[in-house]
Design a protein around this ligand. Structure first.
Ligand code: ADP
Ligand code: MG
Length: 440
């Protein structure tokens, strides 16, 4: 087997599988060495990359290689200057000082309209901290919209590029507390060394900066020292600099000197993409109607979206029942309270009707014509027609496995005809309507 060719083809697959950032910054750094005993040996310059690739992308690489060969090839990554244990420990120590969390990276962050500017600015800074014209980067927006995730991604990425970089991530609250303790313990020099000598300072939630003279004075000097030495500063806040009434003017002016970008509420597509990403990362699956329900109803912010997902999963585990729409609604009852009624879609109605008859949505949309499927199918069509405003017969038909609108019409007429004399059907329809509209 030609190893160069194998690797080139693997790269083509990986390019499609991984994000651009990962592909360009990590995978491109790999080169094939040899193929021996069913093991493909790849090499990468820095052992830091080796660790990063091994922990996160080895699975994808192996999968792609295997899809191109008949044998189950193992992949092993080597590094010519493989770090000694000592160096690994040193890196771990350096990393611990940064206060970063490894899970916040650009590859776990979903780009959308609401954050694309912020994402682009963050990435460009991460690639060249201090050298960009975005100094400081001031990121603002409401709670739970990904500010902390983005600024930590900058730190993690920059360190991946250059493990010797001195990065400090801190919440403004902890910054203030540290300052107060250092004054009390007479260790202000340590404090100054930490914040005024780093290469990249990520200060989160600057709106919590205390009004006290010492704190504002300290930030002022930290800012000036770093700025004058072309060290990168990134700040986040819930409001733009001008609106931070609690902070001295000389500070807010400085905060606004670089680039100010906001993150806003995610739209439907972004919420959907984020939910998919979380499911993928956790290796979980949800019925389509449940996903749809969560995406449509949890619109406040991304933290709530994640919270809703976790809650549904926990609820299903504790009650040891499958995740259905009903369970989802029950699990999210508190979160949905006072909110608008759930937005009803044809898929949503199909799911409820299918669950009720103990069949699946696929059954409803299939070509099967047995009675146990046909009747629920007609009921679901009838209910879609009755409950949903602004939906046309052709639209309903399309949702039921691309059926013709005349089929829908026939189904609806059949049910309304039978409703006149069939008391059991009347009960069923009433029951289902209650479930769909969400009244107990
Ligand atoms: P903020 O700091 O703006 O209050 P966070 O960064 O803490 O928000 O985000 C809240 C949660 O939502 C975190 O778990 C974060 O990982 C997740 N999150 C936010 N934005 C995104 C995104 N675009 N893609 C993936 N996860 C996101
Ligand atoms: Mg935050």
């Amino acid at each position: 087997m030609d190893i160069t060719k194998l690797w080139q083809e693997t790269l083509l697959l990986l390019e499609k599988t991984l994000t651009d950032v990962v592909y360009n910054s990590m995978i491109m750094k790999l080169s094939p060495i040899k193929l021996e005993n069913n093991t493909l040996y790849l090499s990468v310059e820095s052992s830091f990359f080796k660790t990063a690739i091994n922990s996160r992308y080895l699975y994808d690489i192996t999968r792609c290689v295997r899809s191109l060969t008949d044998i189950d090839i193992e992949v092993q990554i080597e590094s010519p200057n493989d770090k000694t244990t000592e160096e690994t420990i040193k890196f771990a120590e350096n990393y611990a000082k940064t206060n970063l969390r490894p899970k916040y990276t650009f590859d776990t962050f979903v780009k959308g309209k609401s954050n694309e500017m912020a994402y682009a600015a963050a990435l460009s800074i991460a690639e060249q901290p201090g050298e960009s014209s975005y100094n400081p980067l001031f990121l603002y927006g409401g709670v739970g919209l990904g500010k902390t995730h983005l600024v930590q991604s900058i730190g993690n990425f920059a360190l991946e590029q250059n493990p010797n970089l001195s990065v400090v991530y801190q919440s403004t609250e902890s910054f203030t507390n540290e300052l107060i303790y250092s004054i009390r313990d007479k260790t202000t020099q340590n404090f100054k060394n930490k914040y005024r000598r780093c290469d990249l300072l990520l200060l989160d939630d600057i709106q919590f900066l205390e009004r006290t003279v010492e704190t504002q004075e300290e930030i002022f000097h930290t800012f000036n020292t770093l700025y004058n030495e072309n060290k990168q500063i990134v700040l986040t806040s819930d409001l733009p600099p001008k609106e931070l009434g609690n902070i001295e003017k000389r500070l807010t002016t400085r905060f606004g000197m670089g680039l100010i970008v906001d993150v806003t509420l995610p739209d439907y597509e972004t919420r959907a993409a984020i939910l998919e990403k979380k499911l993928h990362l956790e290796r979980l699956a949800l019925p389509p109607a449940v996903k749809e329900f969560i995406i449509r109803n949890i619109v406040s912010n991304i933290r709530d979206l994640e919270g809703a997902l976790n809650k549904v999963i926990a609820y299903a585990r504790f009650t040891n029942t499958p995740i259905t729409l009903e369970l989802t609604r029950e699990a999210l009852k508190d979160q949905l309270e006072g909110a608008e009624k759930p937005i009803i879609t044809v898929e949503y109605i199909q799911q409820i009707v299918a669950d009720y008859h103990k069949i699946t949505v696929e059954d409803l949309n299939s070509r099967r014509r047995t009675k146990d499927i046909v009747i629920p199918r007609q009921i679901a069509m009838y209910l879609a027609r009755k409950i949903m405003k602004n939906v046309t017969l052709p639209q309903i038909g399309a949702a039921f496995g691309k059926r013709d609108h005349t089929t829908v019409m026939h189904g609806c007429e059949k049910i309304s005809g039978e409703l006149e004399y069939d008391a059991k059907l009347q009960d069923t329809i009433l029951d289902l309507e209650r479930k769909i509209v969400g009244e107990e």
